[in-house]
Design a protein around this ligand. Structure first.
Ligand SMILES: *Cc1c(COP(=O)(O)O)cnc(C)c1O
Length: 336
């Protein structure tokens, strides 16, 4: 696992802290709950796309790109982090947003991540839900090339074999932190969407034979499809690293029981989980990803899925900037 073999720019604030959730562990009983603070990666408020972008932007710069193209849902955290690093590197950035929820409220369409994309100077273009966004990015790239530009396409969520290296690195970082502290990690849990985070983590743990099981809590696709997507990307990541076959199909496990109505729609359990973590540990989750991942973790703890005394690490993938696009989803009191 010698990651310095791969081109990388360094802009994330690393290592991110691995902290105990003392209040929450006491309240729920059972395992010792830990949190890996990848919401604190530094770029544009942080989040999991920063680690992926360190490798993706190194590739873009090596290819002589002058314009970054990427896509995501309206409240995409990936779009925010990509727009920020493009600004820092002096590259143009064009963002294609897929309207997956058709929400009409002003906060959803203009606040949160959308406001930040615009602050970083990235032009936005909206597409209806169900659009082939990869084709839309290719079309824009062709137009830019015809104008003499050098576009570089970052896939949705930064999830390809290059981006996933960021989470191979995160697995190594967690192992180093745990080994230094003399703490065995029994389980890792996190929210899984475009698959790059989980693919990178399982590649890192399996490729180093660390025997740390990873559970991805799905936010969009049903279990079989999600596990298939993660496994395919993990295989590609292993090949890219020269360790083909290191990840087995059974290393990839997703639980997709906490999605609720669909992608971008917080379930009641999502809102409860966000309030629980805010009110026990003072940490903010988000309504699309980490809130659902955390709802899964809390429910599994309550069901006795983990043994007392086990160390369970929740990887906080960020996203709290999206809270401001979802004010209406919370039932907060009025005051005077
Ligand atoms: C993108 C994202 C995820 C999901 O990560 P993938 O690599 O796309 O599976 C989880 N949490 C947050 C906050 C995200 O923005």
């Amino acid at each position: 696992m010698h990651l310095a073999r791969f081109p990388r720019l360094h802009f994330a604030h690393l290592p991110t802290p691995l902290e105990p959730m003392t209040q929450l562990s006491k309240l729920l009983g059972g395992p010792n709950l830990w949190i890996k603070r990848d919401d604190c990666t530094g770029l544009a408020g942080g989040g999991n796309k920063t680690r992926k972008l360190e490798f993706l932007m190194a590739d873009a710069v090596a290819q002589g790109a002058d314009t970054i193209i990427t896509q995501g849902a309206t409240q995409s955290n990936h779009a925010r982090q990509t727009a920020a690093i493009a600004a820092k590197l002096g590259l143009a950035c064009q963002i294609l947003l897929e309207d997956r929820t058709e929400a009409k409220d002003v906060d959803y369409n203009y606040n949160g991540n959308v406001m930040l994309d615009q602050l970083f100077g990235a032009p936005l273009k909206k597409f209806p839900g169900g659009t082939d966004m990869n084709a839309a990015m290719e079309e824009l790239a062709a137009e830019l090339r015809a104008d003499g530009k050098k576009p570089y396409i970052v896939p949705g969520g930064g999830s390809n074999a290059i981006g996933a290296l960021g989470y191979v690195h995160c697995a190594m970082e967690m192992l180093h932190q745990a080994d230094t502290a003399g703490m065995r990690i029994h389980h890792v849990v996190h929210a899984t969407g475009s698959a790059g985070t989980q693919a990178g983590l399982v590649t890192g743990f399996a490729g180093s034979n660390s025997q740390v099981p990873v559970l991805g809590v799905g936010v969009r696709a049903p279990q079989e499809l999600q596990e298939g997507n993660v496994f395919k990307l993990a295989q590609a990541t292993c090949e890219h690293m020269g360790i083909a076959g290191a990840v087995k199909r059974e290393d990839v496990v997703a639980n997709c029981n906490y999605i609720g109505k669909g992608y971008g729609f917080p379930a009641e359990s999502t809102i409860d989980a966000i309030e629980l973590l805010a009110r026990t540990e003072g940490i903010l989750l988000d309504p699309v990803y980490s809130g659902k991942g955390f709802a899964g973790l809390v429910d599994l703890v309550r069901q006795g899925h983990f043994k007392p005394g086990e160390n369970v690490v929740f990887v906080h993938t960020g996203g709290s900037q999206a809270l401001f696009g979802y004010r209406e989803a919370f039932n907060l009191p009025t005051y005077s």
